[in-house]
Write a protein that binds this ligand. Sequence first.
Ligand code: NZQ
Ligand code: ZN
Length: 393
Amino acid sequence: MNGFTYYSPTKVVFGGGSERDAAAEIRAFGGSKVLLVYGGHSAEKSGLLSRVCRTLEEGGLQYRSIGGVKPNPRLDLAEQGVKLALEYGADFLLAVGGGSVIDTAKAIALGATHPETRLWDFWLRKAEPKGSLPVGVILTISAAGSETSDSAVLTNQETGEKRGLSTAYNRPRFAFLDPELTFTLPKYQIACGVVDIMMHTLDRYFTPTEGNELTDELAEALLRVVIRNGPKALEKPDGYQAMSELMWAGSVSHNGLTGLGALTDFATHQLGHELSAMFDAAHGASLSTVWGSWAKYCYETKPERFARYARNVWGVSGGEGTEEAALKGIEKTVAYFKSLDMPVDFSSLGIGVQSKETLRELADRCVFRGERKIGHFRELDREDVYRIYRMAN
Ligand code: NZQ
Ligand code: ZN
């Protein structure tokens, strides 16, 4: 086990109707002038937004709001939010939505604390955050895990870049997890969420680090629970039990716990981000599109790890040898994605077969034009990344 620091300071309040206490929590974390951030129409349509506004008013809090956050959230809306937060003198950001809304709120919180710095420079690692306004979350979709993570992912439409920024300042102060708020989700978004939760876990589980029993077994348990509950959630999106399991798993999958003491991989996330940046693919769908190809390309680096995954997560137990079990685990994962109606290659993602030039461009962007390699389970350079995209094409 490698040395680690575990810092997961987000207060989680779980259960039906829990978000009624949002005003008290905001006060407890020092907020009085709140900037409320939300997405398209779902929170308005469900009545959640007006309930939250009422809660803030009844709690004696002042607020302004900024809506219209889109999936794969854009830098320019975050910049508008920074301007608004500064004009208004906001001292707290409340995100009502999913990963896109939360990440926009995190970006606004950072930007409002550093008005002299160009916001995108933080994402380009040209500027270092020195603080942030506090952010609280009322979560409406189990997927990105941003409600407990230290990361915020933005898309710069001008440059075609989708980038993540990880800093302890990005950790939300609190997260209300009310599974009932997810009952209005379309099936496609539920499935995207299941894939994303699995992928946060797999991108940590496939590691070169050995000897991490507790971390490994936590990850395997989380994967089994998510795999079991995904189809139940799709069958009955207003079923509290399955939606609760997914919601808690989503938060645990990305708060750091399932990768403690080990090097993480995250190549699949980097491969997926380029598909989202170029084709505006939904995050979860971008991940299922490339994972099978990534796995087939990389498993030979350490087939025992894939065999363990097959046995402990998928119950592969027919006396297979290491190689055979490893491949069975990959097959089962890809078949599972298909059963959720998630894409497993470019054509099922709906972007058709891409030209060699486009695949080269995707690979080039993914390795920042040669400035970096991705992944740790197997380190991947530009040529490796190109080959994986070609396999998924
Ligand atoms: O915009 P509205 O109308 O609210 O609709 C949203 C959106 O269309 C809808 N939705 C959300 N809650 C709903 C609902 N529809 C009906 N009922 C509800 N209760 O779902 C759609 C997707 O929302 P989004 O916030 O984009 O989903 P998700 O949570 O999957 O977030 C994806 C974004 O998070 C980033 C992704 O890259 C992507 O940009 N990630 C952020 C991470 C982080 N900060 O730690 C880690 C992740 O790996 C990920 O990269
Ligand atoms: Zn993700």
